[in-house]
Design a protein around this ligand. Structure first.
Ligand code: NAP
Length: 266
């Protein structure tokens, strides 16, 4: 049986975080490093944000590597996995974080095929096939006795269930992820791979910066029972809990990191 993946237990566990250079991804990278993981950060470009994130892992006492790849390009996945697993000789945890929002908010009746295909292509299609490829890799490289736990954790959104009429194509992509997590949860339960979903609410990141004032008002008016922005570390700490076995005997579970926004209230 796999051992706990906490600091000091055999070799360090290794995590791959897609879209990990900034925002929620960085919060996940830092929380995993604090939990004793070596971390491979994937993103579209190796920017100054990526350098800062990699430095942050080293400051936390762990090893960091970067792999440039586009999640939407499924033919890049084999190289992404080879380089990620090759960086530190293992791959114990995948965090499916990379995602895009809509090209422009607007009426559902005006959603363009371009924006729809982009949301589905990155958020759902890319994530589905990377999950499939990592699951195959893990099954082809069975965990040895004493190896860390294995997990695949997907960052979806409160919009997996919450209707946001001006961002229909994004909602559809995230609702698809909720089903994907349950499907892989059931498929991989006997393989010793924990599969989980996190549904963030309003989190302070570059993605939400464009609509900050709009969301400031929504928070002040009580859209979530906890009246503050979520921070990337709120999501990161939940990822680390899942990746270190903090949800035993659970399969495909979704945790809402949203200040209680998911609960109908008035
Ligand atoms: P963000 O600030 O835009 O960061 C996303 C990161 O993913 C960026 O570094 C981005 O690179 C990268 N990325 C985008 N497309 C990619 C691709 N095809 N391949 C590889 N990397 C790619 O977004 P965030 O707010 O941190 O969101 C992270 C995840 O949480 C997303 O899945 C998002 O839908 C979800 N989420 C966010 C919120 C929120 O309130 N912020 C709420 C619910 C769910 P570029 O910047 O170069 O494009």
């Amino acid at each position: 049986m796999a051992a706990s993946s906490s600091k000091g237990a055999g070799r360090a566990p290794v995590a791959l975080v897609t879209g990990g250079q900034r925002g929620i991804g960085r919060g996940c990278v830092y929380a995993l490093a604090e939990a004793g993981f070596d971390v491979v950060v994937n993103d579209l470009e190796r920017s100054s944000d990526a350098a800062e994130t990699l430095d942050g892992v080293v400051e936390r006492g762990q090893r960091a590597a970067f792999v440039k790849a586009n999640l939407a390009e499924v033919d890049q996945h084999p190289r992404l996995i080879d380089e990620a697993a090759g960086a530190f000789g293992a791959l114990d945890c995948l965090v499916n974080n990379a995602g895009v929002s809509v090209l422009s908010r607007g009426d559902l009746l005006d959603v363009s095929a371009e924006s729809f295909d982009r949301c589905i292509g990155v958020n759902l299609r890319g994530t589905f096939f990377l999950t499939q490829a990592v699951a195959r890799w893990m099954m082809a490289h069975p965990a040895a006795d004493g190896d860390p736990l294995r997990s695949i954790i997907t960052i979806s959104s409160s919009n997996a269930t919450l209707v946001s009429i001006a961002r229909g194509e994004y909602c559809i992509s995230k609702a698809g992820l909720a089903m994907m997590v349950q499907l892989f949860g059931v498929r991989l339960a006997q393989e010793g791979i924990g599969v989980y979903e996190i549904r963030p609410g309003l989190i302070h990141t570059p993605m939400t910066a464009k609509s900050e004032e709009y969301y400031d008002r929504a928070i002040a008016e009580g859209i979530s029972p906890i009246r503050r922005w979520g921070e990337p570390e709120d999501v990161g700490r939940t990822v680390a809990t899942m990746a270190t076995g903090g949800l035993p005997f659970t399969v495909g579970q979704a945790v809402c990191v949203d200040g209680g926004m998911y609960i109908r209230h008035y």
